[in-house]
Design a protein around this ligand. Structure first.
Ligand code: NAI
Ligand code: MG
Length: 347
């Protein structure tokens, strides 16, 4: 039995999570994957019912799970609430020790015109950013007075090693190329990153490693995105570059993410937020949630099923069945249904 915890959350979270769950359940029934699903309150919905965004029962279920599929949290309803929905997300990340954030983005064949970048530049782009999530400037000691402020920017060998292993393992499942993005010409932390990554690379001889400064990488993502396969980088650079990458495919509704850590359970979620202005209208794009479900299948050892689900998703998108964010007329549930029809065709 593979235990999947669903945290639909707020806004469009429940709608897109439901389409992803239906896809997983469909695969599970037809291929006897033995996936079990349980839904728990999280975010603003949990504040309304329990007074806190991450209730004890939700956290306990997440700790016991093999994978967690999250929708989105937040919205204007909780702007003045004493507890913040986002605090639930931070609490969950901390509790599960999630130190690696995986952000894939692909330009799907036939959909190049949706990208804000010229089609001939983005055609075939398929990139995974692996961002370190718990170290660096965001978590260092901070000082501030009227005249001076500082943010300690530190990394330990161990912090670099564990996320580097995640990135090399991912490169091995993909095109066997890894780019370490840093600023080794000016930052001491970057020099340690290069040293440690160079050592770890010896254990992955099939993976070709290159080193690129973050400013050059920011340009190359736009001018030559096909040059990248896996990008490994520290927390702040990863924060910025992953948002840059997210605009390339054409809608944030398409994009998935995974966060893995020290526990068995990993967290899978579309990168978009709760989009309150379209919540409950059955118009949200569930592709990012469905692609997140595919990453969950990889995590629980069902990579063949993950491949199949991604293929079905690509089929639907390439065939022009698109939701409103991509200029199409399909509803959220129609899109999900179309993916399940393609699953059937591919099984
Ligand atoms: P957002 O991602 O919710 O929306 C940005 C724009 O993209 C909106 O125009 C929205 O309609 C559209 N959009 C987003 N996802 C879509 C989808 N699946 N299909 C079609 N269109 C989609 O970001 P925004 O508006 O900045 O934040 C709204 C709320 O979500 C806020 O309360 C924010 O704090 C929260 N949020 C939560 C996140 C999470 O749960 N991980 C991440 C980002 C924001
Ligand atoms: Mg960001």
């Amino acid at each position: 039995m593979t235990r999947i915890v669903l945290l639909p959350g707020d806004g469009i979270g429940p709608e897109v999570t439901e389409q992803a769950r239906l896809c997983l359940a469909y695969l599970s029934e037809r291929r006897e994957l033995n996936l079990s699903f349980e839904t728990h309150d999280f975010g603003g919905a949990a504040i309304d019912r329990h007074g806190e965004p991450l209730p004890e029962a939700t956290l306990a279920a997440c700790r016991a799970a093999d994978g967690i599929l999250l929708g989105a949290v937040g919205g204007p309803d909780w702007d003045d609430a004493p507890a913040r929905p986002e605090a639930g997300l931070l609490g969950l990340r901390a509790a599960l020790g999630l130190f690696a954030n995986l952000r894939p983005a692909r330009v799907i064949a036939g959909l190049e015109h949706l990208s804000p970048i010229r089609g001939d530049l983005v055609r075939g782009a398929d990139i995974l950013i692996v961002r370190e999530l718990t170290g660096g400037a965001y978590f260092g000691t901070k000082t501030i007075d009227a005249e001076r402020a500082s943010d300690e920017f530190a990394y330990t060998r161990e912090e670099i090693e564990r996320v580097a292993h995640v990135a090399f393992a991912a490169a091995r499942r993909r095109a066997n190329r890894l780019t370490l993005v840093d600023k080794a010409n000016v930052l001491a932390t970057s020099r340690l990153w290069r040293q440690v990554v160079g050592e770890i690379a010896l254990g992955y001889p099939e993976v070709a490693v290159e080193y690129v400064y973050v400013d050059a990488a920011a340009m190359a993502l736009i001018t030559n995105p096909r040059r990248f396969d896996v990008i490994l980088t520290e927390n702040m650079f990863g924060d910025i570059l992953s948002d840059e990458l997210a605009v390339i495919p054409g809608s944030i509704g398409l994009l998935a993410s995974a966060s893995t850590g020290t526990e068995r359970a990993a967290l899978f979620e579309p990168i978009h937020g709760s989009a309150p202005e379209i919540a409950g209208m059955d118009v949200a794009n569930p592709a990012g949630a469905i692609a997140s479900a595919a990453m969950l299948l990889d995590h629980v050892g069902q990579s063949e099923m993950a491949f199949l689900l991604r293929g079905a998703l690509d089929d639907v998108l390439s065939s022009g069945t698109l939701t409103a964010d991509l200029g199409g007329g399909a509803s959220c549930s129609e899109f999900g249904e179309a993916v399940r029809t393609r699953i059937d065709a591919r099984l």
